[in-house]
Design a binder for this molecule. Sequence first.
Ligand SMILES: [Zn+2]
Length: 337
Amino acid sequence: MRAMLLRQVVSLDEVDTPLELVDLPVPEPRPGEVLIRVSTCGVCHTELDEIEGRTAPLRMPVILGHEVIGRVEALGDGVTKWRPGDRVGVGWIHSSSGEPDENVCPEFRATGRDANGGYAEFMTVPEAYAYSIPGAFTDTQAAPLLCAGAVGYRALKLTNIKDGNLLGLTGFGGSAHLVLQAAKRLFPNTKTFVFARDPAAREFALELGATWAGDTTERSPQQLHAVIDTTPAWKPVVEALKNLRPSGRLVINAIRKQDADKDCLLNVSYHEHLWMEREIKSVANVTRQDIAEFLPLAARIPITPRVETYNLEDANRALIELKHHPVKGAKVLVIGG
Ligand SMILES: [Zn+2]
């Protein structure tokens, strides 16, 4: 099978082709696993963290990719949930304890980091960690729902907002544009305020129904009950804290943060940014339950993912563009027919 392989941690400032196109044997599904013929795989910020070593793979070489859509090709012994030909998706959680806290327990293994992922024509996954994809979505549209959408949905739940509360989103890319649509459906009276550096991203947010959109450093016209941060940087965190009302909560939806602007944390003033019971909470990743809840919800809304497609061989270009250019929507690799 064709696969894009990561052999070692590299800096994307020095190397712009971190992945190598290789030909590998098709993996065999082990007992309890399904073999999936991959059709599309989303490109996530976390891949940049894996390549650059902020969340380094356990073993090398590895095939990245955790927003996978495909068809069940073959069943390992004992598989009962799926039949060959079923359309399934795989997210960032590749296997875990199965307990309610499975996303933060030591058994957690990540797709495309601790196990081979979807930047390839085939991959395997335990049957319980594959999900049925609602018919409303094409394979290309469905891919970003598996991580950007599902982790975004978990972040939205972790804000604890109620209908009518004011919600902020800082950073407006693959995840936030899906969260905005989910928030409008789940909390119809909630106004959403979007903070983004890129004017095109702000315009896109307003198109999707944001009440207000401004630059990352702008003050929100109203103080917010919660803000979700999906940026790789620290400055938006500091800015978001200023926009929280007392008891407000900032939810950081990022697997890793980059160190480049870490200095701005020295500007945090206890009085201005934290006092009055303001809180900061991180999102670790997702449980099976989050993905299983989110997919049918996304179809009911219906969420319209905006996607930009690339061939598997162009994965390096997709990653470099994700790192350096503002994203309007989500990037997806088209792999098989
Ligand atoms: Zn992801």
